[in-house]
Design a protein around this ligand. Structure first.
Ligand code: SF4
Ligand code: SF4
Ligand code: SF4
Ligand code: ZN
Length: 364
């Protein structure tokens, strides 16, 4: 329960860390947004992460993501894993990434499980081992311990405590693929800031398992460079996998308030990925999801996201996910059935044909 510092409204759906309601954030001006910048900067201090993307003229440029940091000698980028050692960019490369992995038996709790080859058998027999859920096989779940965003609700925020403590090569990761592995899912954190590692590991794993199905999938905030997105899509399309974009908000101010970074690159990348769907329409190569943050990601926001998706392609599957309080937003309640149902209705009426509520066990 908090009061909005602008309009005075008190609600259990106003997060104390922000102390502004969605309406006031939507209509905010530049000065107001600078205040939000300070909130994000403070939240990063504890983890020794740069307050904002470094931009000094003397730094070495990293172009892996939209933050386009210019990292000074001895410094680190916004994500914390890319660093400048004597003028050379290190971290997130094929030789060294902050990453861990585990084998997750299929069918698994994946945001695309209702439409993908591993969860539903879509594309069998070319892309799946079974006509239904792939019992007897496993997903290699690969968790990258860094991110290009700073979401105040981050449900995997513990990665911030582990970045670069222990690193692995792409070859080590590729070796973790067994005869039972039918798909690899790169997530985190976010794979974006360590994509050179993920792409190298994917190619190696595919080469070592060239005669059988091994799908490459991604779960991401979509902030990578357009060139890297193309490489990810190439791998997913040629392997029967998919890329899962988390579209967190459509309103630029709401997105910035929640995630500390704007959504322009994410939306541009999503549109570019949608343009490649005809290359292999089944199983769907592109899937979208949105976390229903109470008070902030309401039916109005979902309607805007769904309209954006529907204009690109109304067949793109869209999953709405229940929220539970985490990281700096533990005071918000879980997503209610009422909110989830109104968002579902909004997404359908925006023209999307394949929408569903993901983790209904969280709803209250
Ligand atoms: S990956 Fe993104 S956040 Fe990390 S250093 Fe490069 S540009 Fe900055
Ligand atoms: S990794 Fe890909 S194929 Fe495997 S369960 Fe997830 S979305 Fe489906
Ligand atoms: S994009 Fe995902 S991993 Fe990154 S901060 Fe946001 S919620 Fe956390
Ligand atoms: Zn307000």
């Amino acid at each position: 329960m908090a009061a909005c510092k602008k309009c005075g409204r008190v609600s259990k759906e106003i997060a104390t860390v922000l102390s502004f309601c969605a309406e006031c954030i939507r209509g905010a001006d530049g000065k107001f947004l600078a205040g939000l910048e300070a909130i994000h900067a403070r939240s990063r201090q504890e983890f020794n992460l740069p307050a904002s993307p470094p931009s000094g003229p003397a730094g070495v440029q990293c172009r892996l993501c939209r933050n386009e940091c210019r990292i000074p000698v001895g410094g680190r980028g916004y994500c914390g894993v890319r660093r400048n050692e004597n003028g050379h960019l290190k971290g997130g490369t094929a030789g060294e990434a902050a990453v861990s992995w585990y084998s997750d038996p299929l069918p698994t709790n994946c945001v695309a499980d209702w439409v993908c080859a591993g969860g539903s058998g879509a594309g069998y027999p070319k892309w799946a081992y079974r006509p239904g859920p792939e019992q007897g096989y496993a997903n290699l779940a690969v968790f990258y311990q860094a991110c290009t965003f700073n979401c105040l609700f981050c449900q995997n925020w513990h990665y911030r405590e582990h970045s670069m403590k222990k690193t692995h090569t792409a070859a080590e990761l590729a070796e973790a693929v067994t005869a039972q592995t039918s798909c690899i899912c790169f997530f985190g954190g976010d794979p974006t800031c360590q994509l050179p590692h993920a792409l190298a590991a994917s190619r190696l794993a595919r080469k070592q398992n060239a005669r059988r199905i091994l799908r490459i999938c991604w779960e991401t905030n979509g902030s990578m460079s357009p060139e890297l997105l193309d490489e990810m899509m190439d791998l997913s399309i040629e392997s029967g996998g998919c890329i899962k974009f988390d579209l967190k908000a459509m309103d630029a101010n709401i997105h910035y308030a929640l995630c500390g970074v704007d959504n322009r690159r994410t939306l541009e990348n999503f549109a570019a990925a949608a343009g490649r769907i005809p290359e292999r329409p089944q199983p769907p190569p592109l899937v979208a999801s949105t976390l229903l943050v109470p008070g902030y990601i309401d039916a109005r926001e979902v309607e805007a996201i769904a309209s954006f998706i529907a204009k690109l392609n109304p067949d793109i599957p869209y999953a709405l996910l229940g929220f539970h309080g985490d990281f700096l937003m533990t005071d918000l309640p879980p997503t209610s059935w009422k909110q989830a149902e109104s968002c579902l209705e909004a997404a359908k009426s925006a023209g999307l044909k394949r929408v569903r509520i993901g983790n209904i066990n969280i709803l209250r």
